[in-house]
Design a protein around this ligand. Structure first.
Ligand code: ASP
Length: 356
């Protein structure tokens, strides 16, 4: 495999991959625990100008070693949790990752956590973590749109800025943050908007949490929603999460996929509705029937931005539905999975969609 430009610094005293500690800086520098999960940031392509590549190829040591001066920002410990393309992210890895983040943040020797992750499902994983992480310490997620050995790879810059955010005391209490392309986003608000461009991550309804350039940070709006440390969700005893399917609405939509989801065991359904969370009459009828039988139905939108409010063109009160508010279908699915670990009551679930 092609080697990355800077070499990782390994110390005998460090069981995992460590940076900074060897230079005797441990006393002054903050300590960041890096948990790597794969993605394009760890991806490899046959040559720097190739187009096709494989996600999750380099390990955490190679990624950290490719970032100049990271050891001047923090003492860094690296750990590999998974090494996958995030299109393969699943509930089991979410639970494992969340437990690991909670455990690492409980240690007095950790000031912040940085997670490397593929960009495809970064918005879901980050929102999941923001709902279940118990600590106020900074948790920052980074990815990259270009593989690690690509021309103008964006991973090292994102990693550097991610660590800078993870050691900024002002990042405390903001929940999980996503840092790419010099921009800091709240997990709840961020979405991937472009297949390949480096400015793909946007907080469309609200704007970003801040900006970071060469490690220099400006913060904008505070986070005003309930986060894991104040919330009711816990990964502590969970072996899995309830099945929630997302169904994409379109002209001529039938009830077939709704019925199939329910007969395959879905406990909740999120509809990526047309416009303001709308769908055809047959789909509405099937969903209303499902809601009567105890399946929790959330109306979201297939549009990139906007708010789905209760009782607009659909009478949610009458049908027993939940309106997603600002949450897109992917994030609605995450919240509904966690909500279903506490309740099946659509009124209680609606309250959660208003609070989180
Ligand atoms: N498919 C990749 C992933 O999500 C894309 C990326 O990381 O940019 O892992």
């Amino acid at each position: 495999m092609a080697s990355l430009r800077h070499r990782v610094l390994l110390t005998a005293a460090c069981a995992a991959v460590c940076l900074g500690a060897a230079a005797g800086q441990a006393a002054e520098l903050p300590r960041v625990h890096v948990l790597a999960t794969g993605g394009t940031i760890a991806g490899v392509q046959a040559s720097a100008t190739d187009y096709s590549y494989k996600s999750g190829a380099y390990d955490v040591g190679a990624l950290l070693g490719a970032v100049p001066d990271l050891d001047k920002l923090a003492v860094i410990k690296g750990e590999q949790v998974a090494n996958i393309g995030s299109q393969d992210m699943n509930d089991a890895i979410w639970l494992k990752l969340a437990r690991r983040v909670n455990a690492v943040l409980e240690e007095s020797g950790t000031d912040g956590v940085l997670i490397t992750h593929g960009t495809d499902t970064l918005e879901e994983t980050s929102y999941f973590l923001s709902l279940v992480i118990r600590s106020e310490k900074p948790v920052v997620m980074v990815g990259a749109m270009r593989p690690a050995n690509a021309l103008s790879a964006d991973g090292p810059g994102n990693l550097y800025n991610g660590v800078a955010v993870a050691v900024d005391p002002r990042a405390t209490g903001r929940g999980t943050l996503v840092v790419l392309n010099d921009t800091i986003h709240y997990a709840r608000n961020v979405t991937k908007t472009d297949t390949t461009s480096v400015q793909t991550f946007q907080s469309l309804n609200r704007g970003p949490a801040g900006v970071v350039h060469a490690g220099r940070i400006e913060w904008f709006e505070p986070m005003d929603r309930k986060l894991g440390n104040a919330g009711e969700f816990s990964v502590g005893t969970l072996d899995d999460l309830p099945r929630v399917d997302v169904i994409y609405a379109h002209a001529g939509m039938s009830a077939d996929l709704i019925d199939a989801a329910i007969s395959n065991g879905a406990k909740g359904l999120v509809v990526a509705g047309v416009g303001d969370g709308n769908m055809t009459a047959p789909a509405l009828e099937a969903l209303a029937k499902a809601a009567k039988r105890g399946v929790v139905v959330v109306r979201s939108t297939r549009l990139a931005a906007g708010i789905v409010r209760r009782n607009s063109e659909v009478n949610d009160d009458e049908k027993g539905f939940v309106a997603s508010g600002e949450l897109n279908p992917a994030k609605s699915r995450v919240l509904l999975q966690l909500a279903l670990t506490r309740t099946k009551d659509p009124v209680a679930v609606q309250k959660m969609f208003q609070e989180y």
